[in-house]
Design a binder for this molecule. Structure first.
Ligand SMILES: Cc1cc2nc3c(=O)[nH]c(=O)nc-3n(C[C@H](O)[C@H](O)[C@H](O)COP(=O)(O)OP(=O)(O)OC[C@H]3O[C@@H](n4cnc5c(N)ncnc54)[C@H](O)[C@@H]3O)c2cc1C
Length: 436
């Protein structure tokens, strides 16, 4: 049975049976952090994942930034005009493939409705709440487990090439400061002082915003190692099992059907299938507007004596992020709305490489670059979907979009608390599926 809660005067005061069997659906960074907090809370956990290991899809080669400072939603008043300017440019940060896809058009309409000041401020608060809590939670996990994942705690520097964008960014930064996230304003010299590898680009930089408490690291290494920790603590992993459907009776989930048979044991179920979550939820009558936004990354081996950044960076004009992961430089960005197609568009991939090499010509060997694409599970308001469903034992932890690595520890902890009947350290307000 799912933990029973007794609520008196709106406050949780007592709980009955604690240990439940939880099936975590999906072994990306969100599923694995959820599994970790569930195991820590004493539950029996089983992770069902179609790949042969953890973190092998969207959590594999992302931008590496744990960036609460990037909580500003994509849907904001400036986006529609910017998107129009990018239309038709093959290497623009945003590429849209018009197609007959009701899910895409429904998503776009919702996205446009979120492009007002009021909605953007509301969405910023929601995402920032989870991202800041997650950053704290990361620090605790690290302290407890001490494994290597190419962590850098040198902050994130977001630099701008023109004054108009910098001025606009200052408004968002002021809003974030009011919500507790402090950033420092820097001129070009200040940016170079934070990251000396930018010295040759000094003349291109109008200024920057530095978020000293943000960090970076290899999401795949983290996910893989955390999965090992979960296994050592007793969690089961069913890899190579593709979920076909969730089985239900009345308002209760009774199991899952995979390509290798049914799994009937499970008191609670957490949906963390990333971009694929809405496909498995729809047959249950649950509609959440999570749409795949394809992104690209390149990983450049840093050469001996190479001049590559150590501090994680965001190049605002090109919408690219740079993270130093040990002896590699990860560069990621762009969004392409092309359904579930993960194929590589060479023009876009080469575009990222050219922009990275233009900024850091001495960083490494361009011939040994690894290219990758992944599907961000994006909601139209850029806020993840965390919480309960109309099914009494099905929980959602999905739709983290551009910030799934950033928000993973915080949202995993929230869901584990919810299943354990424990009050979460931050409220769930505005994060659930009921907002759609
Ligand atoms: C180019 C790029 C750059 C990014 N940069 C950053 C960044 O710098 N910072 C940041 O915070 N975030 C970043 N992100 C976003 C982040 O990577 C994602 O939000 C995050 O990885 C989502 O994690 P997830 O666990 O929800 O999804 P996934 O990692 O996709 O995990 C879902 C899992 O479910 C499994 N699965 C799916 N369907 C089934 C099925 N039917 N049966 C069984 N298993 C199934 C998949 O195999 C997968 O392992 C970036 C994303 C991209 C694409």
């Amino acid at each position: 049975m799912v933990c029973h809660e007794t609520i008196t005067n709106q406050r949780l005061v007592e709980r009955e049976s604690c240990k439940v069997k939880v099936l975590v659906l999906g072994g990306g960074v969100v599923g694995i952090t959820t599994a970790y907090y569930l195991v820590k809370a004493g539950h029996d956990v089983e992770v069902i994942e179609r790949q042969e290991g953890a973190g092998l899809e969207t959590s594999f080669a992302n931008g590496g930034q744990v960036s609460a400072s990037h909580a500003e939603p994509w849907a904001n008043p400036g986006t529609p005009l910017r998107a129009l300017k990018w239309l038709g440019k093959a290497d623009a940060p945003l590429l849209f493939h018009p197609r007959i896809d009701p899910a895409l058009w429904g998503w776009i309409i919702r996205f446009l409705r979120n492009c007002t000041h009021t909605q953007a401020s509301r969405n910023l608060e929601r995402t920032l709440r989870v991202a800041m809590y997650s950053r704290e939670s990361f620090a605790e996990v690290r302290e407890e487990l001490a494994f290597d994942y190419d962590l850098k705690t040198r902050g994130i520097l977001h630099f701008y090439r023109n004054r108009t964008d910098l001025t606009q960014a200052k408004h968002a930064a002021a809003e974030m400061a009011a919500l507790g996230l402090e950033q420092e304003f820097l001129d070009a010299e200040g940016c170079v002082a934070v990251e000396p590898a930018l010295a040759s680009a000094r003349g291109l930089i109008a200024g920057g915003l530095y978020s000293p408490l943000d960090e970076s690291g290899d999401a795949h290494k983290f996910t893989d190692r955390l999965a090992q920790v979960c296994a050592e603590k007793g969690a089961c992993f069913r890899y190579g099992a593709s979920i076909r459907q969730l089985l239900s009776k009345g308002g209760h989930i009774t199991g899952v059907e995979t390509d290798s048979g049914e799994i009937r044991e499970g008191d609670a179920f957490v949906m963390s299938l990333g971009s694929y979550s809405p496909l498995l939820l729809a047959p249950l009558g649950i509609k959440i507007p999570v749409y795949p936004a394809k992104g690209y990354s390149i990983t450049i081996p840093v050469k001996e004596g190479g001049i590559a950044p150590e501090t994680s960076l965001t190049d605002d004009e090109n919408k690219l992020v740079f993270s130093r992961l040990g002896d590699r430089l990860r560069v990621a960005g762009t969004a392409e709305f092309a359904g579930y197609d993960t194929s590589m568009n060479d023009t876009r991939a080469e575009g990222i490489l050219n922009k990275a090499m233009a900024l850091f010509p001495e960083c490494g060997n361009a011939d040994k670059v690894e290219f990758w694409t992944g599907l961000r599970p994006l909601t139209p308001d850029s806020v993840p979907v965390i919480g309960r469903t109309p099914y009494d034992n099905l929980y959602l932890n999905t739709g983290h979009g551009t910030l799934g690595w950033t928000m993973s520890c915080g949202s995993g902890r929230m869901i584990a608390d919810l299943i354990s009947g424990k009050k979460s350290a931050i409220p769930f307000d505005g994060l659930g599926m009921d907002r759609f």
